[in-house]
Design a protein around this ligand. Structure first.
Ligand SMILES: NC(=O)c1ccc[n+]([C@@H]2O[C@H](COP(=O)([O-])OP(=O)(O)OC[C@H]3O[C@@H](n4cnc5c(N)ncnc54)[C@H](O)[C@@H]3O)[C@@H](O)[C@H]2O)c1
Length: 354
């Protein structure tokens, strides 16, 4: 299987290249494409990155080549991390509309080219934000079942880690999903959290503790208000205090706010994003079917809501995703997920008019 990293000279793209080669996910006969932009810094730097990877991993490198335009992409698995990134200023809030406008053009150029020149069996993993918009654009040009957005997977991993910290267990033992949007309209599904090794009573207790009597419908409001508090710390350059404040919040809020803080601190989240994306690649390459929470373009028969892009758990394998699964949740979560689906749809329509 050949892999292309689009935006390979970016922070996430470079990390992806290092981790994919370093973790030996590709055999020496497989090909890794590093895709950048003609005329951009990547036109020079990607040749250097290629040489550096050969230097670092001489015995285990796959074939590596450099491409500088959408028509150069020729791979089975395309990891899409190209485009603008939200400003890391601690003072400003992100202008998602502007980000969407810039990245829509980048999504469109690659999606159109892949539809014309691809072999039709490619799997596209959208990392670039807004993830929902990227999924919508690629799914319009390609088979929607072969396009997934890397938002809900990473958010779910973060939620599992935060829950694991609270309960003093390893992340691998925690089953939990963060669905909906990869952004402020994320929906933490806490009613079905399950800790392997806990009995029914212990699991019920853990769920009660995690939910703390709070409604998921009010999650976005709590998130907005805590973001405001953090902005106050950051405006005064009190970064350490901002982290301390965030670390004391409930697990679902921490799962969203800690990466936001990491991003605005200037460190960005490239290492963790590349790491979970690489885990996903490993799952895809293993050839089996797994349940993966991801942003996908749902049809009207796929779930209990209307068609549109949404983060849900899907059955995923080498041929793409087949059906949503594990959608059992309580009424509050059910309603919130429907509201978020409608909100994402409106937003995509709005951004598509610009
Ligand atoms: N889904 C997630 O969990 C997640 C996490 C982190 C970052 N991201 C997103 O991933 C994207 C990349 O983040 P980053 O930190 O690596 O940004 P970055 O600015 O470091 O890198 C972006 C790269 O894309 C390249 N690029 C821009 N337009 C291009 C084009 N038309 N063709 C090829 N390359 C092009 C740039 O030259 C740059 O090298 C951003 O949109 C960011 O918001 C998503």
């Amino acid at each position: 299987m050949d892999i292309a990293i689009v935006g390979a000279n970016g922070d996430v793209g470079r990390q992806l290249a290092v981790q994919i080669v370093g973790r030996r996910l590709l055999t020496p006969r497989a090909r890794l494409q590093l895709i950048g932009r003609r005329g951009g810094a990547s036109e020079r730097a990607l040749h250097g990155l290629r040489a550096d990877l050969y230097d670092a991993f001489a015995e285990i490198t796959p074939e590596i080549d450099v491409g500088l335009a959408p028509e150069d992409v020729a791979a089975d698995l395309i990891l899409f991390a190209a485009g603008a990134t939200p400003a890391a200023s601690p003072h400003g809030s992100v202008d998602r509309r502007e980000l969407a406008k810039t990245n829509r053009a980048v999504f469109e150029s690659y999606a159109r080219s892949l539809a014309q020149r691809g072999h039709g069996e490619e799997i596209v993993v959208v990392v670039t934000n807004p993830v929902e918009l990227g999924v919508s654009v690629f799914a319009r040009h390609l088979d929607p079942h072969r396009v997934i957005g890397m938002g809900a997977y990473q958010d779910s991993m973060r939620l599992r880690r935060e829950i694991a910290t609270d309960l003093g267990v390893r992340r691998q033992r925690v089953q939990a999903y963060a669905l909906g949007e990869h952004g402020d309209a994320l929906v933490p599904i806490l009613s079905r959290v399950w800790i392997y090794g806990f009995d029914d009573a212990e699991n019920a207790l853990a769920r009660d503790r995690l939910r703390g009597g709070r409604s998921v419908a009010a999650f976005a409001e709590r998130l907005a208000s805590e973001k405001q508090v953090l902005r106050g710390f950051l405006a005064d350059n009190r970064v350490a205090e901002a982290f301390l404040h965030a670390e004391a919040l409930p697990a679902d809020l921490r799962a969203v706010l800690m990466p936001v803080l990491t991003h605005v601190s200037g460190a960005k989240t490239a290492v963790s994003t590349a790491s979970v994306t690489t885990e996903l690649v490993e799952t895809i390459l293993s050839g089996g079917q797994s349940v993966i929470p991801a942003q996908v373009q749902l049809g009207s028969h796929d779930w209990f809501g209307p068609p549109g892009v949404l983060g849900v758990p899907v059955m995923f394998g080498l041929r793409g995703w087949s059906r949503p699964t594990d959608l059992d949740m309580d009424d509050d979560e059910h309603r919130t997920l429907l509201d978020v689906a409608a909100r994402i749809q409106r937003q995509i329509e709005d951004w598509s008019r610009d």
